[in-house]
Design a protein around this ligand. Structure first.
Ligand SMILES: NC(=O)c1ccc[n+]([C@@H]2O[C@H](COP(=O)([O-])OP(=O)(O)OC[C@H]3O[C@@H](n4cnc5c(N)ncnc54)[C@H](O)[C@@H]3O)[C@@H](O)[C@H]2O)c1
Ligand SMILES: O=C(O)C[C@H](O)C(=O)O
Ligand SMILES: [Mg+2]
Length: 554
């Protein structure tokens, strides 16, 4: 059937359908596209080369981000084909750290609609808003409310950059068809005065609603999602500390959901530390672990490590005794006022650490007295791992493991270069944001990127391929163990603790298998054979390719 007039826009304006210069002559004839496109018909490969040159010609990472986001809003097949071919080069642009700048500048760089925005004043219309999604078969949602964007705090509606970036990795790293993904921003206002004062701010210009009103708003959203897409996987991302854990507890048994900052981070860190244990020869159960930052990520990681230490033979009390959480007011103890419910089980008896300091027990006090061999930074504050802290730690440990996980790069607790120099080359380092290898005294230290991006794409693929209805803690343990088993450091102690980013699609497939098998064992997914699950993962795994609209071939 030959189409003429505006109907052809259907193909050009929908990024899930558009092929740009790759529309064939037959398609151009049939869809009424002749004259709208330059005459030279390109292959996807040629388009990738041209798009890569254009990407390279951008003057700065944020310009490159803007370029890629525009390409994504124009032609998703080309965007993903380009991204997958150049993942190590482009991941830091569409994701951490550049996505942090994109969130800060979201209003200035806003070009096209993507996903859904649900402002608080429109809370009575959530069902209609969900109906307006351009993709109807929605299987995976990432939602944020913009309140704790990386370590950059409240970015209001600018937080939308994060669900967009995370879902780009669902498809780019996890093989989930972009047609089934949906980024969502809940906009309950912002307390970021700079945004409220900015005439260009595109969000709801109002201070954040809070308390009961806030939880009711989120509940209206979750219940509407459950009604419209009962099977959907709902990933919560970058919610503030006072909301993240309560929302997870409230919804984890109501639908297929997880909190990436709590659970995804826990799994990637556990996987990194299981791999590190093979390098150092010190099993996790014999480690002592200090955290700077006892928030969503810190507590999530701590609880996961405790579960693993118990699995390795410790009692829960023994495992808890090995974990030290330091926050703004020092080491968490049971004498502290105002600990949040999720922090309380991680507090040490005050009596057991009474002699460590006269007042608040600092991280340095913890390093001095507890002599941890593992130090994790999830404070969102730059520079807190001082030279004295690292030197003190290295003096007591042959292989100190130091993980400054705060993102983006500007928030890191200490750079790999600093840590390796201060520890005289002894430290094993992994970071939340990407870093180049460090040379020190003739050795090259590879810096793994310990970021939940190694987990959530495979988790998403596994949940969808296995038809899981819930996300359990054991599924995250399985993901951590699968990741650790893929560590290049198993074969070569000098290699990175985690697989190269260029291998992340294979990593995601392996994690998906482990997650799917565990979902079946946990009875949250229909039982199948391992072969059938592998086949389901392979069938679900999307690679960018063009459909032939002339013949109807997919
Ligand atoms: N690498 C990853 O995959 C990954 C995953 C999740 C979070 N993160 C990063 O971790 C950081 C924290 O995230 P979160 O979700 O836990 O946030 P959060 O707000 O829940 O927790 C941060 C905690 O750090 C504490 N803190 C702040 N300043 C401190 C100081 N000077 N000394 C000690 N503690 C201090 C806060 O009181 C809070 O409890 C962010 O920068 C985030 O980007 C990284
Ligand atoms: O987004 C990231 O890079 C990791 C993590 O989810 C974070 O909030 O820092
Ligand atoms: Mg996050």
């Amino acid at each position: 059937m030959t189409q003429t007039g505006p109907a052809n826009l259907h193909y050009l304006a929908n990024p899930l359908l558009n092929k740009g210069t790759a529309f064939s002559q037959a398609e151009r004839d049939q869809l009424g596209l002749t004259g709208l496109l330059p005459p030279h018909i390109e292959t996807l490969d040629e388009q990738i080369i041209r798009a890569h040159a254009a990407f390279r010609s951008q003057a700065s990472p944020i310009e490159q981000h803007i370029y890629l986001r525009n390409l994504q809003d124009d032609n998703e097949v080309l965007f993903y084909a380009l991204l997958i071919r150049h993942l190590p080069e482009m991941m830091p642009i569409i994701y951490t750290p550049t996505v942090g700048d994109a969130c800060k500048q979201f209003s200035e760089i806003y070009r096209h609609p993507r996903g859904l925005i649900i402002p608080y004043p429109e809370r009575d219309q959530i069902e209609q808003i969900l109906d307006n999604a351009i993709n109807t078969d929605v299987q995976a949602i990432v939602v944020t409310d913009g309140e704790r964007i990386l370590g950059l705090g409240d970015q209001g509606a600018g937080g939308m950059g994060i669900p967009i970036g995370k879902l780009s990795l669902y498809s780019g790293a996890g093989g989930v068809d972009p047609a089934v993904t949906l980024p969502i921003l809940l906009d309950p206002g912002t307390n970021n005065q700079e945004r409220l004062d900015d005439p260009m701010y595109i969000g709801w210009r109002h201070e954040r609603i809070s308390g009961e009103e806030y939880f009711e708003f989120v509940d209206l959203f979750v219940q509407a999602v459950k009604r419209k897409w009962p099977q959907v996987l709902l990933q919560f991302e970058d919610f503030a500390q006072q909301h993240a854990a309560p929302l997870l507890e409230k919804y984890r048994d109501q639908l297929c959901t997880f909190n990436d900052d709590i659970q995804g981070t826990a799994a990637v860190t556990a996987g990194t530390l299981l791999a590190a244990a093979n390098v150092t020869g010190v099993p996790l159960k014999d480690s002592r672990i200090a955290f700077l930052g006892a928030g969503s990520a810190g507590a999530g990681i701590a609880e996961e490590l405790i579960r693993l230490m118990v699995k390795q033979g410790l009692s829960e009390a023994e495992a808890r005794d090995r974990v030290y959480m330091v926050d703004r007011h020092g080491l968490l103890t049971d004498a502290m006022q105002g600990l949040l419910p999720f922090q309380q089980p991680l507090a040490h008896p005050a009596a057991s650490v009474r002699d460590w300091a006269a007042g608040d027990i600092s991280l340095l006090d913890v390093i001095t007295h507890a002599k941890p061999n593992i130090l994790v930074g999830v404070s969102g504050q730059a520079g807190l791992f001082t030279e004295e802290i690292i030197r003190t730690m290295a003096a007591d440990s042959d292989h100190p493991i130091v993980l400054p996980l705060s993102n983006p790069t500007s928030r890191i607790e200490a750079t790999p270069e600093q840590i390796i120099h201060w520890s005289d080359g002894k430290a094993i380092v992994a970071t939340g944001s990407p870093f180049d290898p460090v040379s020190y005294k003739g050795d090259t230290h590879h810096i793994a990127q310990c970021n939940n991006s190694y987990i959530f794409p495979g988790m998403g693929l596994g949940v969808l391929a296995a038809n899981a209805t819930r996300v359990t803690e054991t599924m995250f343990i399985a993901a951590a163990e699968a990741l650790a088993a893929l560590s290049p450091a198993l074969a070569d102690r000098r290699a990175s603790l985690l697989p190269d980013v260029s291998d992340i699609r294979d990593v995601s497939r392996q994690i998906a298998l482990a997650v799917g098998l565990t979902a079946q064992a946990d009875s949250v997914a229909p039982k199948t054979s391992r072969d059938a699950l592998e086949a389901a993962i392979a069938a679900k795994f999307w690679t960018p390719h063009y459909q032939d609209y002339a013949t109807g071939d997919a």
